[in-house]
Design a protein. Structure first.
Length: 487
């Protein structure tokens, strides 16, 4: 397949392509297992191969894909791609250009100790069923455990001379429990597998009790929620734990700083952005406590893939430094267009964030790892002790985002009321809201390295047709002052 791809690239250059690439999924395996109330609820296994061919001709893209791995089919697919590009070039007004990139011949592999696809299915089911048994309770209506595994080998080649091979492993684990509270309303408590940024991804995560056996805590917290009072409406300090901080970062920093959205593309799914090109280098996005990165170089994360689907090597881009907006989530195409529109150089190089869900999708700008640097404000216990009137929040339950990411309203699964530096009691149905910039300006405490945790995200949707992307958020515990809660 590699040799055929090289021949295809040569032919596309001869046919006048300004740029072309072939992205082959030599292996693409997924396995999905879940339990429900002590039984196997779902099992699915899928294995496939395929490729996508992208061609830039006279300033316009053409793309075609196939699962027919024969030489004849690949050349036919390439012909379809360049014909689409030629047709599109007769209609395009502003011709697409790509920023320069370094040329690489390299490989990348996700760090992994135990390949889950080599573990006996019975062993995997036994582990999930053991956790299911621990999680269940006679007061619960529903509970379950799930595991998802994805393994891909991707070969990429382009007309500029870049050739890469990526061996990627992604694992997702979670469990949930649901019960009715004293008013008859359904309450929920969930737990998602986190990743050690310096560790590995594989079956080892599922047999590590520290990572994946929090069943007793989740059980106890749901029992507390169903007896708890409702979160009261007030203005107070809000402390966000990792799962909630990941959503906050994802929705109001990540999506807001995707350059294609800023340029007016990708307006679906609360698309668009309140950020303009003129804001870079001048807008104080948040308080001086805030430093945020688009970092594809994290050793072990779902968002770390070595090279993006433009063939650009992973970068660590500081987007917000001490509150000042400096950069965005970028690709080769969008930075050229943005710099032209701005009449100056804002973006110096691609941030290596052009990614596609699969071989059958055209790559677009996607988050990799949108992280926030740890701070100097101590441990979670230190932050709680320094909070006179506040609430500690964890795990998204629902979320609503402004059409340009300018404001938000989030509901959480659980909250703990803090009075005079101590946790007082659990509250149910906690919510909080704010204007995005005002909220990040209210960031007044950022936890140290002991509070920083890498949270994977497996369900980020974007694009038409929709593409679901997997990524990560490395975030510390953070406190925000004077936030509206409970409404």
């Amino acid at each position: 397949m590699r040799d055929i791809a090289k021949s295809v690239i040569k032919k596309l250059k001869e046919d006048g392509a300004n740029f072309a690439d072939v992205r082959i999924h030599l292996q693409d395996e997924t396995e999905d297992i879940s339990t429900m109330n002590g039984t196997i609820d779902n099992y699915n296994y899928d294995s496939r191969q395929g490729y996508g061919i992208r061609v830039l001709f006279n300033g316009a893209w053409g793309f075609s894909s196939s699962e027919d791995m024969s030489k004849e089919a690949m050349f036919k697919t390439a012909k379809e791609a360049i014909e689409k590009a030629k047709t599109a070039s007769t209609c395009i007004v502003d011709k697409i250009e790509l920023a320069p990139k370094e040329i690489h011949q390299a490989s990348y592999s996700t760090p992994s100790e135990i390949d889950p696809f080599k573990v006996d299915t019975k062993e995997k089911i036994t582990r999930l069923m053991d956790l299911d048994k621990k999680l269940g309770h006679d007061k619960f209506d529903y509970w379950g455990v799930s595991a998802y595994f994805n393994k891909r080998e991707i070969f990429y080649i382009d007309t500029e001379g870049t050739e890469t091979t990526r061996n990627l492993m992604e694992v997702e684990g979670a469990y949930f429990a649901m019960a009715k509270d004293s008013e008859g309303h359904q309450q929920r408590r969930t737990y998602a597998l986190w990743q050690d940024a310096n560790g590995s991804q594989g079956w080892e995560n599922f047999i590590n009790d520290e990572q994946f056996d929090q069943t007793k805590r989740i059980q106890e917290e749901l029992l507390s929620i169903i007896e708890a009072k409702k979160c009261e409406q007030e203005v107070c300090d809000v402390i966000l734990l990792p799962e909630m901080m990941a959503l906050q970062t994802h929705e109001t920093i990540g999506h807001a700083l995707e350059l294609d959205r800023i340029l007016g593309y990708e307006l679906s799914y609360a698309g668009g952005s309140h950020i303009d090109l003129e804001h870079f280098g001048s807008l104080q996005f948040g308080s001086s406590k805030l430093t945020a990165r688009a970092d594809g170089t994290v050793k072990n994360s779902t968002g770390s893939i070595g090279f993006d689907d433009d063939g650009v090597k992973a970068e660590n881009i500081v987007m917000i430094e001490n509150g000042l907006l400096k950069d965005a989530i970028t690709s080769r195409q969008m930075i050229v267009e943005a710099n032209k529109k701005a009449g100056k150089t804002i973006f110096k190089k691609s941030g290596a964030t052009c990614r596609a869900q699969s071989y059958s999708n055209l790559p677009i700008e996607r988050m990799n790892n949108i992280n926030i640097d740890a701070g100097q404000d101590g441990t979670l216990e230190d932050i709680i002790a320094n909070t006179k009137n506040g609430i500690l929040l964890e795990t998204p339950r629902s979320w609503s985002i402004g059409s340009n990411r300018e404001n938000f309203h989030f509901a959480c699964e659980i909250g703990w009321k803090i009075i005079d530096g101590k946790i007082s009691h659990v509250v149910k149905n906690p919510t909080y809201r704010g204007d995005s910039l005002k909220f990040w300006h209210s960031l007044d405490m950022v936890g140290n390295e002991s509070t920083w945790q890498l949270q994977p995200t497996f369900n980020c949707g974007k694009g038409q047709p929709n593409q679901i992307m997997r990524l990560g958020h490395g975030i510390p515990v953070c406190r925000f002052s004077n936030v509206e809660v409970g409404n």
